[in-house]
Design a protein around this ligand. Sequence first.
Ligand SMILES: Cc1ncc(COP(=O)(O)O)c(C=O)c1O
Length: 435
Amino acid sequence: MTAAPLTSAEIEAVRAQFPILRREVNGHPLIYLDSAATAQKPDVVIDAESEFLRTSNAAVNRGAHSLAGEATEAYEDARATVARFLGVDDHEVVFTSHATEALNLVAYAIGTASLQRGAGAHPDAARFALREGDEIVVTELEHHANLIPWQELAARTGATLRYIPVLDDGALDLDAAASIIGERTRVLALTHVSNVTGSVSPLETLVPLARGVGALVVLDACQSAPHLALRPRELDVDIAVFSGHKLYGPAGIGVLYGRAEVLNALPPFLYGGSMITTVTMERAEYLPAPHRFEPGSPRLSQAVGLAAAIRFIEGVGIDRIAATEHVLAARLLEGLAAVPGVRVLGADNPAPRVALASIVVDDVHAHDAGQVLDDSGIAARVGHHCAQPLHRRFGVSASLRLSVGIHTTEQELDIAVEAVASIRPFFGVTQGVSP
Ligand SMILES: Cc1ncc(COP(=O)(O)O)c(C=O)c1O
């Protein structure tokens, strides 16, 4: 059964939990349409972090005193909450600083596996080793965080980086994908949802192609985790990453999910305390995941805040959030389609999408367009959104992105669309409508 969208009363109740929505910007009530960049925080997240710092803060995993025990419990409870959210085991959840670090961790660990020889080598990691002739496949949709680490890995190992191109409508070229993913492919790294077009990637086609040739599948779930049920096992991916701050949680914490046997075979990324079983003056032996990837003092209040964010999402229901945002996506796209001189990047792609749209306003620079919205209290993102290749593919250098959160209303989107319609008249641009 499909979930019902939230009622207006339920959305109002959700909104009441976001203190920032009570403020004004430039004399207007804030309309926050930049959740894809970073989400706002509900009271429960702010309170959970502050309560932890007030009452339970201590160094985890190390001290024998009661407070250290409480802090360790809170940290491990947070891990269990993330695991439940993803439908995976606790020890498959690694906390990182953000998604960017999680992606770098995986790419760097594969690089280490590729370069290690001799006594210091990690024997289990040999299966990840890349060499000349091997291929890493990404897509033209990627955020730089899921592109540059793979470029660097290719450069370090001699492997070749290939990409699945984007068609004119913004969809991934699946015919090309079928010929690009082949016997040489060792890694497929791709986004679940594009942070520029909002489209959901056709994982049901791409993942089996990669699995069929034994490639490691790495999913960038930054833009899906807040909007739809993220189930890495059902998606059959090896790795999935997301950032806490986009999921209504604190900044400074990210999640790396990895299949246990993959994580336990990968060499560590950073080295230091809290990740070892034995250390001599010559060498060290490492704990299994997650601790082998969490050296140093971890992000405690951030983990506790992220767990509170997940409980908040679970309280509303991710399926109901998805249903609500489905309605918002249609409203946003229909509204923008009716504005003369405005092009929505990837609008013709028939794939399912989250409620996010990047637009180009004819004859007006994205930064100027964003200024007009800001004057009305509307927070939207301008620029290339860390996806320069995709913008280049669409023939533009920048766009204006509107992205919803759990608190967004249809009325807010209507106001935003009206503001978008006012941009060209504001700058006195009257002719030259998009082809
Ligand atoms: C699709 C995608 N991947 C990765 C990232 C990187 O996230 P973070 O900056 O939190 O590491 C972002 C953030 O904008 C994103 O949208």
